[in-house]
Design a protein around this ligand. Sequence first.
Ligand SMILES: [Zn+2]
Length: 277
Amino acid sequence: MVASPSDTAAVTESITVTRCAVPVETRAPSGETNAYVLGEAPAVLVDPAARTDALDELVANRTIEHIVVTHTHPDHVGAVTAYADETDATVWARRSHLDRFEAVTGFTPHREFGPDTTIRLDDTVLRILDAPGHAPDHVALECGRNGPILCGDCAISEGSVVVGAPEGDMRAYVTTLRRLWAQNPPALYPGHGPTIDAPRETLERLLEHRAQRERRVLAAVEDGATTLAAILDSAYEKNLTGVRDLARATVRAHLQKLDAEGALEWDADRGDTRVGW
Ligand SMILES: [Zn+2]
């Protein structure tokens, strides 16, 4: 399927959400990251993953006053500097993660945000929501009060996102999914793939996917698997060629969560585990 490079996805409370899919080096199945432009004049550029003609054109047609990223994975930030130079926009970064932002983008941010920071856009606001789990600095962006949410790599319409230790935190991720479910936005705009029009359905699917995997990890340990490799083989049935490293990191994240919750003991340094009691 060839996605159109740029399409206006929705208008809500006077924030226009325009998606521009950008080809990038990513392990997301689409091979693309969604950059978004919110509003028109002023406008916010979100996740400029790479520079393309289509994104150049979109940026040229709007008054970009702010640049924000949902998190600092390389497949979301590749053109921050290019578009910052091009537009003179205010570049924002997540408080307490400024070094990480600078290291990945090579750009010193002008301003910092935290959960509940708002950015004014005409007669409504963009609100920053804390959304850790996939990455420690991950945020989501609420477009207008109770409006749709740009959710970065918290959710995806098909399949699942990577939540792998040490970068990912499964407990935080599950909390983030539950928070988004409770907020019940009209739509989610993800970092990869198409718009999620039925957010609760997708969030429930993603929560169930994690719960299922967690049950299998726990069952593997209870059945006597003590090493990461043994747990991995028992918790995954499918052929893991090419994604074994991701599956391994995911199992680690599940083990950390189960350990934190007292379901088992996981020694991350030794890489082994046993049922706690
Ligand atoms: Zn990511």
